[in-house]
Design a protein around this ligand. Structure first.
Ligand code: C5P
Length: 208
């Protein structure tokens, strides 16, 4: 059927790896909502648009439309013919994205793009189960301690674990308004399970 599964959680909790694994097992695409917030942030930084100036930012985004290519193996973001994907996980984008994501106009812009995608899919982010797809067929919320998450992220960033941990805690704090588990979400602590175990737990909990 036209199933929607949502996987929300804190920063670096493993959402995209889990969403990708679940999507592959189901043979459907996964959708990384954070990439659209990251791409909006990158375009703003490049254009010198202040990160909290919603009207200027929206004007810029409408003039430079972004396209999220949602595949089960990975998501890509395009701005016209330019692929932004590899530039979206820098510490500079990490540091600014929560400010951009705090703007209601930007959230509405992201939400509209996500809601236009054809189901079935696995959607991953902060507010997929609470706000964007409250009608989802199954909802999950991933957690893990800041230290575990920082140790994972340290494999993908040049900074050391304490610096990454501090930045993750700061980002969680800024994101708290839009990052809460849906009342009907199943909580999974990814700190104590290997990736396969988390994917298996999600698949086992899906409605038949
Ligand atoms: O998931 P990821 O860490 O890549 O998301 C980057 C940022 O995008 C988050 O820190 C948050 O500020 C924002 N975000 C959001 N709502 C979502 C997904 C991401 O506010 N659904």
């Amino acid at each position: 059927g036209r199933v929607i599964v949502t996987i929300d959680g804190v920063a670096a909790s493993g959402k995209s790896s889990v969403a990708s694994g679940v999507a592959r097992a189901l043979g459907v695409p996964y959708v990384s909502s954070g990439l659209l917030y990251r791409a909006a942030t990158l375009l703003a930084l490049e254009a010198g648009v202040p990160l909290d100036e919603a009207p200027a930012l929206l004007t810029h985004l409408h003039a430079h439309p972004l396209r999220l290519e949602a595949l089960s193996a990975g998501n890509r973001v395009w701005c016209g013919k330019r692929e932004l994907t590899d530039d979206l996980h820098s510490s500079r984008v990490d540091g600014g994205v929560s400010r951009v994501a705090a703007l209601p106009e930007v959230r509405a812009w992201v939400d509209a793009q996500l809601r236009a995608l054809p189901a079935p899919f696995v959607a991953e982010g902060r507010d997929m189960g609470t706000h964007v797809f409250p009608q989802a067929d199954a909802k999950f919320y991933l957690t893990a301690s800041p230290r575990v998450r920082a140790e994972r992220r340290a494999r993908e960033r040049p900074e050391d674990v304490p610096a990454i941990e501090a930045a993750l805690i700061e980002r969680d704090h800024r994101d708290r308004a839009q990052s809460a588990p849906a009342p009907d979400a199943r909580l999974i602590d990814t700190g104590t399970l290997p990736l396969d175990g988390v994917i298996g737990a999600v698949l086992a909990a899906l409605p038949a």
